[in-house]
Structures are given as structure tokens and as C-alpha cells.
Design a protein around this ligand. Sequence first.
Ligand code: NAD
Length: 297
Amino acid sequence: RADVIDGEAVAAAVRESVAEAVSRLDEVGVTPGLATVLMSDDPASETYVRMKQRDCAEVGIESRHVEIDTDAPASELFATIEELNDDPAIDGILVQRPLTEGVDEPAALRRVDPRKDVDGFHPENVGRLVTGDPRFVPCTPLGVQRLLTEAGVEIPGSDVVVVGRSELVGKPLANLLLNRGDDADATVTVCHSKTDDLAAHVSRADVVVVAAGVPGLVDGEMLSADATVIDVGINAVGEGDDRKLIGDVDYESASEVARAITPVPGGVGPMTRAMLLKNTVTAAANQAAVDIDLGLD
Ligand code: NAD
């Protein structure tokens, strides 16, 4: 039966190293600051933002929250982003998506100063990742990469199949693992909704990362015996007391076959949150131009 990759435990270790980095920065008079911007009535987004603020408090990062009325013109959101760009107390800016309907999301993300873009969504940071010179990499792909190394996967030379081609997960992850490096250098295949024979690709993969938002898309029958499976999907199923979160992988059958697998919840989710903290501390060190060892790996 597959080893369970404990995302909570790895995320706790990342948070600990971030807290240590924060105290090293404190010694040279730098306090990292993250701004979250919410322009949405979506309760899930409100919860995510609150969790991010709590995470910041836990490791000593200051956080500031700005809420924009959903009836306000987009110009108000843009002006807020510009103010945060100019504010020296703010090192990272996170514009919570999805924004309320009618607001041009790419335009908003382009306004974030790329040096404060801890989500890694600004085209400059996307371009840097693609050209092999990454600055800020989106948090979920970073978290997936770290889980693979912690699970002892030899990524260089491995066959990685990424299921999903979103700008948020699939594409940046594919680029990250395709780049050069000890924790990259993979042969990457990206599958998506128009892929002809998903099972054929998945069955020959050493590593399968599923980020599709489709429960049960990948099951044990599709996997090879020594595959490592990372389930990014988060799907709410059931009603009332039966309501629960499941991933995109059929956990029961997959864990009968695979070498190692992430659970949902408790796999990729906590890693995404931890990597935001790491990116924020890195942003603070870069902006303060301090030349100290943060101890982050
Ligand atoms: P998305 O909807 O933007 O993209 C889904 C991708 O899956 C698309 O590229 C699509 O082509 C592909 N896809 C859909 N159906 C498919 C099929 N039948 N076969 C093959 N490919 C198919 O979603 P996203 O933002 O990338 O998120 C994907 C999932 O990951 C969602 O469940 C989301 O909630 C979850 N997620 C989790 C985290 C986390 O921290 N754990 C972070 C981001 C997203």
C-alpha cells in the first residue's frame, strides 16, 4: 500500500523555517508585510484570506487586509494596488481571486508590482519562470515540488504527467519541473480536457500530479505500481453532515497501487499556504536588499 505523503507535517517544517527567517530579518530591522486585497462576496474567498492572515501572524509576518466594495468601480481596486505598491511596509501583495464579476482580472494582476507579486501571477514573473530564471513561482506548484522532494522522488529524468493546464497550477508546475536543477529536470507531459487518452499517459508516469477539479478522474487502474501521486484537486461533495472534501484521485484504489500518495485534505493544501509565507519573506529580504542567509531552502 502507498506511503502517505503528509503535507501538514512538511508545511509545518516550512513554516518553522520561515519563522526563523523572520527572526533573522528582525535582527536587521526588517519586518515582512503582506497585504491581502479582497473584492468579492464569495464566502470561500473570505475564509482563504482569513487563513492567510492567521498563517502570517503565526510566523511573525505583519498582514494588512483591504476590502473593496463589490459595487465599487475597478479603478478603486487599481488605485488600492498602486498604493500598496508604493508602501514600503508592504512586501507582498495578494489579490484574492476570483474578483467580483466584471472586473478585468488580468489587468488587476498586471498592476501589482512584480517585486511584490508573491502569488507569481504577474506576466513578468510568469515569463521569468518560463525562461528558467524564476523569481516568484505560484505557491501551489512550489508546494507540489517540495512534496515530491520530501517524498524522496528523484525528479531529474523522471516522467511527470501533469493533469490540468491552468495558469494557476498545471502550466507553472510543468514549467517548474521542466527547468534545470536537482529538484527539476523532469520529462513533463501536460494533459487536459482535450487529451485523447488520459489513461495511456498516466499509466507510464513516474509522477502523476492531478489538478483538474474532477473527482475520481485518476484511479488505481490507470497508475503504474511505483508511481508517486500528488492530488491537487479540492472538491466539495455531499450535503449537510455528509459534506466533505475529496481530491481528483480515487484515493482508495490509487493507494492500493501507487508508491506514495497525498491525501485530501492534508496534502497539497497546507503546502500552498506555507509557500505564500516563504515567498513573502523572500520578497521582504529582496526589497530591503539585505545580504543575510535566511536559512530557507
Ligand atoms: P481549472 O478549472 O482552472 O483547470 C482545470 C484543468 O483541468 C483544465 O486545464 C482542464 O483542461 C483540465 N481538465 C478538466 N477536466 C479534465 C479531464 N476530464 N481530463 C483531463 N483534464 C481535465 O482549475 P485549477 O485552478 O487548476 O484547479 C484544479 C483543482 O485544484 C481544483 O479542484 C481546485 O480547487 C484545486 N486547487 C487546489 C489548490 C490547493 O492548494 N490544494 C490550489 C489551487 C487549486
